[in-house]
Design a protein around this ligand. Structure first.
Ligand code: 5GP
Ligand code: MN
Length: 338
């Protein structure tokens, strides 16, 4: 594939636009514990379609259904419904930023029974679980794929829709810092800014505000960070964890600790950074990052998760120590594996 050639075939684009044009009702779903790319791509397309008179229902399959506080500023929240109110056998279902059927959580059975299932994603590990696939691993965010779909559908991208798409783009590019930051990503940002959206307000909502309790919990997590210089084939590992007791002591909800990894990953002495986050049920959600020498998508996939080469995750029912013991042997740098 050349740089100019999309991973998505013309036949898939045509099929997706035909299905969406023909459908009266659209059932949209993004991955569980949605981030800005998952929710932004879903609500952006949902808003634009709803404005053309389509009936739109949007959801995600978490057992406790709640939009993370950081993402409540996204327009289109009125389109959201709890999984219990989601159509059991949707005529047309569209998924966003989910690399596997399992990532749909409670909505996976609905996807299994959908008449047609359009999968929109940018994970290279996408398993192709739909009937039509708009999956482009070269896209910096799922919202980039959604923007092209909207253009092909002739939908209007106004400031509210653009806010949703921009939130996904800035999040998944790490504010245009990550290696995936292509000319196309900046060009899209330019088009979205031209709608009049407020980048400073979006940045503040996403990264620059927290309750005071976050400082306390962050301090606890950083205070117990461990550096293992010999791990990851000698390139180094830094890791820490946040327990539910840490959060309960300060009254901090789970979704407030997503940003801890962004502090931990800055350590010069470590190729790999890991943050284990205990949820309210006692399970661990593990965020991992590398600087490029270790393929985190591969390591996390081996433990039942997935993601991108430099940013991936998985869930674990083991203790924090046992989870790290399972992960450490998987951190061999590229080229050093047998
Ligand atoms: P984060 O650490 O920010 O939660 O996730 C980083 C990346 O890994 C994201 O692209 C996210 O979709 C992916 N990811 C995180 N947790 C999981 C998981 O349990 N399963 C899969 N398949 N991907 C995950
Ligand atoms: Mn994404």
């Amino acid at each position: 594939m050349t740089a100019n050639e999309s991973a998505i075939s013309e036949a898939d684009w045509r099929r997706a636009t035909e299905l969406i044009r023909a459908a009266g009702t659209l059932a949209l779903a993004c991955h569980v514990s949605p981030d800005a790319d998952a929710l932004g791509s879903m609500l952006g397309l949902g808003l634009a379609l709803a404005r053309t008179g389509k009936k739109v229902v949007a959801s995600f399959g978490d057992r406790v259904f709640a939009v993370p506080r950081l993402l409540r500023f996204l327009p289109g929240q009125h389109l959201l419904a709890e999984p219990s109110a989601y159509p059991a056998e949707p005529e047309l279902m569209i998924t966003f930023d989910a690399s596997t059927m399992e990532r749909l959580g409670l909505l996976a059975p609905h996807a299994g029974k959908a008449g047609e299932l359009v999968v929109i994603d940018h994970h290279v590990s996408n398993t192709g679980f739909g009937t039509v696939h708009l999956v482009d691993p070269a896209a910096a965010s799922t919202t980039m794929v959604v923007e092209e779909l909207m253009n092909r559908l002739g939908l209007t991208i106004d400031r509210e829709v653009a806010t949703c798409l921009y939130a996904g783009l800035v999040t998944d590019t790490g504010s245009f810092r990550h290696s995936i930051t292509t000319p196309a990503a900046h060009a899209m940002a330019g088009r979205l800014l031209a709608t009049g959206l407020r980048p400073e307000e979006i940045a503040r909502e996403l990264w620059d505000r927290s309750p005071f309790a976050y400082l306390r919990v962050l301090g606890t997590a950083l205070g117990r960070a461990t550096l293992e210089p010999d791990a990851a084939g000698g390139l180094g590992l830094v890791w820490t964890y946040v327990t539910r007791a840490d959060r309960a002591a300060e009254g901090l909800p789970y979704d407030e600790v997503e940003g801890v990894i962004d502090v931990v990953r800055r350590v010069d002495e470590a190729e790999v950074a890991v943050v284990l986050k205990e949820d309210d049920e006692g399970g661990w959600n593990v965020s991992t990052r590398s600087k490029g020498a270790v393929d985190m998508a591969r390591a996390c996939a081996a433990l039942g998760g997935g993601g991108h080469p430099r940013a991936a995750g998985f869930s674990s029912a083991l203790s924090a120590a046992d989870t790290m013991a399972a992960l450490r042997p998987l951190l061999a740098p590229e080229g050093s594996r047998p």
